[in-house]
Design a protein around this ligand. Structure first.
Ligand code: API
Length: 282
C-alpha cells in the first residue's frame, strides 16, 4: 500500500504527517509505524509521527501524536503548529481550525505564510518547586501539564544554559526525566532567563529520549512558570531554543488565572512523498 506523507518541522522539531482518514490505521498500527519511520538513518527519521483522524466531536479533525519510540503523546505544541499548516495546505480545514487531542481541543491559525499560532490547552496542573533528589543532590523543579491529561513537563532553572553543551546536561536531563516524583515520567525543560521577557530553553524529551531542537508545550510550560512566578515583565515571552525562536502569549482573567496560552512560530514543509520503507510490514 502506498502511504502519502509530508515531512515537516517547526524550529527543528520534526514530524512525519499523514492523513489517516484515507487509510484508517489503528492507533496501535500508527505506533508500530512511528517506531520504524521515525528512526534516523534506517528510515525517514523524525521526533514524532502525526496522523489526521476523523473527529469524535464537532472539531475539524482529531490529531494523533506518536513519539519516535512509539509511545503516545497527549499533545505536541510544535506538532500542533505543523498540523495546522498541514490541514490548511491540504484543504482539511480553513485558516482557523479546531482539532481534538488527548489533552483537549486546540485551536490553530495560519498567521501569515509559514507563521502559525496555536491556542494550547490551559494549564491544569502547576506545581512549583518540587524537590528531585539524585545521588544525594536536591534539584528544585516545577511541574506543569497543559490540558487534561497534558504532556508532563518539568521546568528547572540552569544558569549559563546558553553556553553549555548537550553533554553537560544530558545525564541530568535523563535522570530527571525518569525521576520517581513524576509518575508519568516528564519532559525536562532547562531554562535561563536572558531578558525582561525572554529565556533560553533546552528540552530533554520523553519519547525521543534526547534533547530536541525545540519543544512547544515545554517552552509554553516554562512561560507559564515564569509568568506566574513574576519572573518576566510582560505576558509576551520570547523563548530561544536551539532551532530558533518561539513566542508565548499569555491571557488571564481577573483572578490572574491563565485563560489563553498562545504558541507562535515558524513552520517548514520539508518534503512530500510516499513511504517506501522495505522493512516496514503493514
Ligand atoms: N515536542 C512536543 C512535545 C511532544 C510530547 C512528547 N515528548 C511526550 O512527552 O509525549 C511539543 O512541541 O510540545
Amino acid at each position: 500500500m502506498k502511504i502519502k506523507y509530508t515531512k515537516m518541522q517547526g524550529l527543528g522539531n520534526d514530524f512525519i504527517v499523514m492523513d489517516n482518514r484515507e487509510y484508517g490505521f489503528s492507533v496501535e498500527k500508527l505506533q508500530e509505524m512511528a517506531k520504524r519511520l521515525c528512526t534516523r538513518k534506517l528510515s525517514i527519521g523524525a521526533d514524532g509521527l502525526m496522523a489526521v483522524n476523523k473527529a469524535d466531536g464537532d472539531a475539524d479533525f482529531r490529531m494523533v501524536f506518536i513519539n519516535a519510540d512509539g509511545s503516545i503523546g497527549e499533545m505536541c505544541g510544535n506538532g500542533a503548529r505543523c498540523m495546522t499548516r498541514f490541514a490548511y495546505t491540504n484543504g482539511i480545514a480553513g485558516k482557523k481550525m479546531t482539532f481534538e487531542t488527548t489533552a483537549g481541543n486546540v485551536e490553530g491559525e495560519i498567521e501569515e505564510g509559514r507563521l502559525v499560532a496555536v491556542a494550547l490547552n490551559n494549564p491544569e496542573i502547576v506545581e512549583f518547586d518540587k524537590i528531585a533528589t539524585i545521588d544525594g543532590v536536591d534539584y528544585t523543579i516545577s511541574y506543569v501539564e497543559l490540558g487534561n491529561p497534558g504532556v508532563p513537563h518539568g521546568v528547572i532553572e540552569y544558569k549559563g544554559l546558553e553556553d553549555i553543551s548537550r553533554e553537560d546536561i544530558f545525564n541530568l536531563g535523563k535522570y530527571l526525566r525518569y525521576h520517581e516524583i513524576f509518575p508519568k515520567g516528564a519532559n525536562i525543560n532547562f531554562y535561563d532567563i536572558t531578558g525582561d521577557s525572554a529565556a533560553v530553553v533546552r528540552t530533554y524529551e520523553r519519547g525521543v529520549e534526547d534533547f530536541t531542537l525545540a519543544c512547544g508545550t515545554g517552552s509554553a510550560s516554562v512561560g507559564v512558570v515564569l509568568y506566574l512566578k513574576e519572573l518576566v515583565k510582560s505576558n509576551k515571552i520570547k523563548i530561544c531554543v536551539p532551532g530558533g525562536e518561539l513566542f508565548i502569549e499569555i491571557g488571564t482573567n481577573e483572578e490572574n488565572e491563565i485563560t489563553r496560552l498562545m504558541l507562535i512560530g515558524d513552520t517548514n514543509i520539508v518534503a512530500e512523498g510516499t513511504v517506501e520503507d522495505e522493512d516496514l510490514v503493514l
